[in-house]
Design a protein around this ligand. Structure first.
Ligand SMILES: [Zn+2]
Length: 205
């Protein structure tokens, strides 16, 4: 180890951030990358916050029903306690719903990169109020690669960068709660909340 605390014998790894609104395929892209790593015989470890209760509790799931095994952890202390003792047996670390972890995720991700690991993080870039969703902005700034996906606006069909909250829920995010959120473009986004597109368009919902 050098005086800076970096191990000069280890080649640095790589940080990849996959971001965008809900329904933009972030989890799907994360799973695609992790499955490719598995095919290349790299050893992966995947984590997600316990708050993500949609579908299976021991997997990362996408809306298109792709899954990969993942450990649900209540916080970063738990993630660290599980991952770091086994770090020699891991090449790639995947983290889904990264926006639900606190700012310490930024330092933890850099530690992993400096230890030679490839880190792939997926998470929402903005809240339902359209504000940057920490710690994603900091992760995007220091990543080797950022993939910003768009969804499709459910009102007008344009590319959507926002997650629209439906109804009057004041909760920050209710993960995967069907019917609670829609993807919206800038023009159709209502940060104060909105009725579903189907009602606006008088479509059968
Ligand atoms: Zn629109």
């Amino acid at each position: 180890m050098s005086e800076t605390g970096k191990n000069q014998d280890v080649q640095p790894g790589r940080m990849e951030v996959i971001t965008g609104p809900m329904f933009s395929g972030k989890s799907e892209e994360l799973i695609r990358r992790l499955k490719r790593a598995q095919i290349a015989r790299l050893r992966i470890a995947s984590f997600k916050p316990e708050i993500d209760l949609r579908y299976q509790s021991d997997a990362i799931s996408s809306h298109s029903a792709q899954t990969i095994q993942a450990v649900a952890v209540r916080d970063l202390d738990r993630l660290r306690a599980l991952l770091f003792p086994a770090l020699d047996t891991v090449d790639v670390v995947g983290i889904d719903e990264a926006q639900f972890f606190d700012e310490l995720l930024v330092g933890l991700a850099m530690e992993l990169v400096e230890a030679g690991k490839r880190v792939v993080l997926a998470g929402l870039d903005t809240t339902f109020a359209g504000e940057p969703f920490a710690p994603m902005p900091a992760l995007m700034a220091i990543a080797d690669e950022v993939v910003k996906l768009s969804a499709v606006c459910m009102v007008c069909g344009a590319p959507a960068i926002h997650t629209q909250r439906l109804g009057a829920s004041q909760q920050l995010v209710m993960v995967g709660a069907a019917g609670m959120y829609e993807a919206r473009c800038r023009a159709c986004f209502r940060p104060e909340g909105d009725v579903p597109a189907a009602e606006q368009l008088k479509l059968p919902s």
